[in-house]
Design a protein around this ligand. Structure first.
Ligand SMILES: [Zn+2]
Length: 326
């Protein structure tokens, strides 16, 4: 009897043991399949996300003496210079120095039409003649008011065939030249407006307050990464917070110091305002640019003011400095 019972028990537990092994192996195989599946998805996602670099071409404002080019930024996508934001005096030299190519450009975004944001546009257009640049180069900017022309009028006054100041470049507007400048005027908008889409590149815009000057802030989204540009503004419209919500990088203009008042504070954000907007928008990194003699040398003070609200990473821009988006 005893040997029989032992055999039964042995048999029973052997089967149980075998089943446990089979179950464990099945679980292990399932785990391995899931692991490799997730690895493949992650790898594919990483490969599909382009390599994005923000480069500062001009970190200064309109004054001489700051030893900086005026306002301008370039977004590189997979090693190509794709999106240009503003192009003030000196930016064309920086564009050349960083080996950017006009033929790779798709879009130019003008935050407003002040000289320190637009002066080198004719230089860029003329220099395209000596390159293989062709097709459409889109240029966006604000609408008109009593102080400023619309972006369409601005470009026509510069280049139009009959009356433009540089009408010899008019071929770039009337389909005769290889490279055609396609101008788009953005109407005043207090809500985020989508203005351009090409593949995984999406650009949206919103109006911002820059004294009496029509001005636009832009958000450039590439895949799951984004960079938002304040342009010149003082924060009165409370619109930048909406545009920059959750952005990876906010480029804000540090044109006036703590305690600025009068005209300066109607045109530009104090560090205090920059800090509040960066906090509200939950921006991941803040870059301070459009640095002027009145803010240069006051970096520690500006940073202290901003940090009262914003606890993230803060950088001060210099010409040609760049930031990778990973
Ligand atoms: Zn400016």
């Amino acid at each position: 009897m005893l040997p029989y019972l032992c055999t039964r028990l042995l048999h029973k537990y052997s089967i149980h043991y075998l089943m446990c092994i089979v179950h464990a192996r099945t679980q292990r195989i399932e785990f391995m399949i899931n692991y490799f599946y997730m690895l493949a998805i992650t790898t594919l996602f990483a490969l599909s996300q382009p390599n994005i670099k923000l480069q500062v071409l001009g970190s200064g404002g309109p004054e001489s003496g700051d030893k900086r080019a005026s306002s301008s930024y370039l977004i590189w996508v997979d090693g190509k210079s794709k999106v240009l934001i503003d192009f003030g005096g000196g930016a064309s030299l920086r564009f050349e120095e960083v080996n950017a190519k006009i033929e790779d450009l798709d879009v130019i975004l003008l935050t407003h039409l002040h000289v320190d944001h637009t002066a080198d546009i004719p230089v860029l257009l003329k220099s395209s003649f000596f390159t293989r640049a062709s097709g459409n180069l889109h240029i966006y900017g604000p609408s008109n008011n009593d102080f400023m022309p619309s972006t369409q009028e601005f470009i026509e006054r510069l280049f139009e065939d009959n009356h433009g100041a540089w009408h010899y470049l008019g071929d770039h507007l009337d389909c005769k030249a290889r490279l055609q400048l396609k101008t788009h005027t953005i109407k005043d908008t207090r809500t985020v407006k989508s203005i351009y889409t090409q593949g995984n590149l999406h650009i949206s815009a919103i109006s911002v307050h820059h004294g009496p000057i029509p001005a636009i802030a832009y958000r450039v989204q590439i895949g799951n990464k984004s960079i938002t540009f304040s342009g010149d503004m003082n924060g009165d419209y409370h619109t930048l917070e909406k545009l920059a919500a959750g952005t990876d990088i906010l480029v804000a203009h540090n044109a006036v110091p703590k305690g600025a008042s009068g005209v300066a504070s109607k045109l530009h954000m104090t560090p205090n305002i920059i800090g509040q907007i960066a906090k509200q928008s939950k921006t991941k990194m803040l870059i301070l640019s459009h640095r002027m003699l009145r803010t240069l040398g006051k970096e520690a003070e500006s940073k202290r003011e901003i940090k009262k609200y914003y606890k993230g990473n803060i950088k001060f821009a210099n010409d040609k400095s760049y930031y990778m988006l990973k």
